[in-house]
Design a protein. Sequence first.
Length: 330
Amino acid sequence: MKPVVSITNRFPEIALEKLKSRCQLQTNQTDMPPSSETLSQLAEGSDALVTFLSDKIDSDIIDKGKNLKLIANYGAGFNNIDVNHSASKNIWVTNTPGVLHETTADLTWAMLLGTARRIVPSERFTRDNKFKGWKSDLFLGTDVYGKTLGVVGCGEIGRAVARRALGFNMRVLYHQRNPLPSATERSLRAEYVGLDQLLRESDFITLHVPLTEETRYLIGEKEFGIMKNSAYLIHTARGKVVDDKALLTALKSGQIAGAALDVYEDEPALTEGMTELENLMLLPHIGSASVETRNKMALLVVDNVLDALDNKKPRSLVPGWTRGESVTEA
């Protein structure tokens, strides 16, 4: 009898085809995420469970997985899964690192440039047939070339963002727990600084940290008070890294010039008042949303599933799992 693999949401056909010969598939090819009750049922009847960031896999659901070998998250994040409880039950947990950083860096730059040059409101203005000719003060934005970029979290995505800044002749500051190797700093022309200095001196601040206890609400009222009035915040990390209410206040008061968000504190819900602001770009969590990258992510998920079904350690276990430590997203 073939092992059962359950997939909780839409999944690329190229990956489904690779699984079909090895597994009995249970798929949800709709736009409706499964309820907690359905997730419990899937866990109970599956050898491997392919999950999405919208699926909250808590200890109760994990306890239902008597035959469950693997929870494979289709994404780089994994804070939707109780990883420590999974480890206690000897259930592997995997994610999809190393395949989406360039795509997310591309989107980060689209957000940075779009916010600086007010692309969304000016496009809407033109689409609404309000454009009646060139004006010297029509949708004035700010230059990007030669400005200072602050990268908070210089992992794969942060470094990819910083590399793109070289073409814009930007000064690059970065902050994280530990500095990069000096050779990497030189290649990026990046300077390691404290967070307050980065916030104080940067014209554009982009966030690429994991969600941990240290980074939860890393950017809030105090941090917005440090930033330049002309600064822009770009956020493609994890929603709860930013205090969205404090951001709203900073944007309304002119404490900062603008922001662009791809993730939200209470995603998918937006903080009340966000949609009214023209200096705030709002995107629906599309950081890795290119056909090529989503296919690569799905194929990595399949590789992890097949590893687990063959009783081999999956190739992209979440950090810390094999050491039996308390695990937080990285």
